[in-house]
Design a protein around this ligand. Structure first.
Ligand code: ATP
Length: 287
């Protein structure tokens, strides 16, 4: 049988993933219930290139407010790239070109005249490796208030305690707030980074594999926290770990080679996905 040609040709006999590998266009499957949610973020037809190499292809993905949304997919599929686009961290890479739109609370993230510093204040980000600043625990947590020019000591102290309690770290550190954050364990440092992220009361929390450098106990604590943040915060979390996605998230997006393949409620993605490709990935049959 002759090989089908044309960008949109996708014979039923080959899987979507094979079709993508051959350069064909494949539509994402987004479950209807995603659209019933109020959106905090709206990613629309988003493309990204590192130099000549395209890393994101026409990603359209509404992100529900007050929920935890996980992005899963094999290494190199563009999870971190997509996350970093939300707070325009990819602006820092000279070769990056983008096309498409992202909205935060219906305001354009990439529109002309957007103040990137102000935009980033609306987002909290936690990275793979804990990155406490070389300063005291207290100064780390209240860092977002310092850059905002907050001077009221009572406000600063109240936010510090509230954020540390929110990150389940208050009891560990309340008697050593003015000691260096670098003296904390790795798991405590990551909870401190989470406290710093929530101290700024962000509209969205971006978590890029926040547990990958942590042991199972510290990982469990961060997962518990992420679940507790639901409702108060909208969380977008990138994870390699499918059990983690299924434990902590309300919605899951499966990506492959820069494309969004399937996106829906986590329970559906893990137990009755619409695509056999998603089922193969979540059951560990590839990737
Ligand atoms: N700064 C960069 N310059 C050039 N190419 C990059 C850069 N960062 C990422 N890429 C490429 O873009 C693609 C997507 O990478 P990305 O890190 O977003 O994937 P990922 O799904 O988060 O991977 P992992 O799970 O391994 O962290 C990969 O092919 C990667 O090599």
């Amino acid at each position: 049988m002759p090989e089908p040609t044309g960008v949109n040709a996708k014979p039923e006999s080959i899987s979507r993933l094979d079709a993508i590998n051959r350069g064909h266009h494949v539509d994402s499957v987004i479950h209807k219930s995603v659209y019933a949610e109020d959106k905090v973020l709206d990613i629309q037809n988003f493309n990204l290139w590192y130099g000549q190499k395209q890393a994101l292809f026409n990603v359209t993905m509404p992100i529900p407010r007050g929920k935890v949304t996980a992005i899963i997919g094999p290494s190199g599929c563009g999870k971190s790239t997509l996350l970093r686009c939300v707070n325009r961290m990819n602006d820092l890479i000279e070769t990056v070109k983008i096309d498409g739109e992202m909205l935060l609370n219906r305001d354009s993230i990439y529109g002309p005249g957007v103040d990137v510093i102000e935009l980033r204040k609306k987002m909290g980000m936690v990275f793979q490796k804990p990155n406490p600043f070389p300063m005291s625990i207290f100064e780390n947590v209240i860092y977002p208030l310092r850059i905002d020019g907050e001077r009221d000591r009572r406000v600063i102290q109240a936010v510090c305690e509230q954020a540390l309690r929110g990150a389940a770290l208050w009891d560990d550190v309340k008697n050593r707030l003015h000691e260096s954050a670098l003296g904390l364990s790795g798991g405590q440092q990551q909870r401190l980074c989470l406290a710093r992220a929530i101290a700024g009361e962000p509209d969205v929390l971006l978590l890029d594999e926040p547990c990958s450098a942590l042991d199972p106990i510290a990982t469990g604590k961060i997962e518990d926290l992420v679940q507790e943040l639901r409702g108060d915060y909208s969380v977008l979390i990138v994870t390699h770990n499918m059990q983690q996605a299924s434990r902590v998230s309300d919605f899951t997006a499966f990506m492959y080679l820069g494309r969004l393949i399937e996106y829906g409620p986590t329970a559906e993605i893990f137990t009755r996905p619409k695509l056999k490709e998603t089922e193969a990935y979540v059951t560990g049959r590839f990737g």
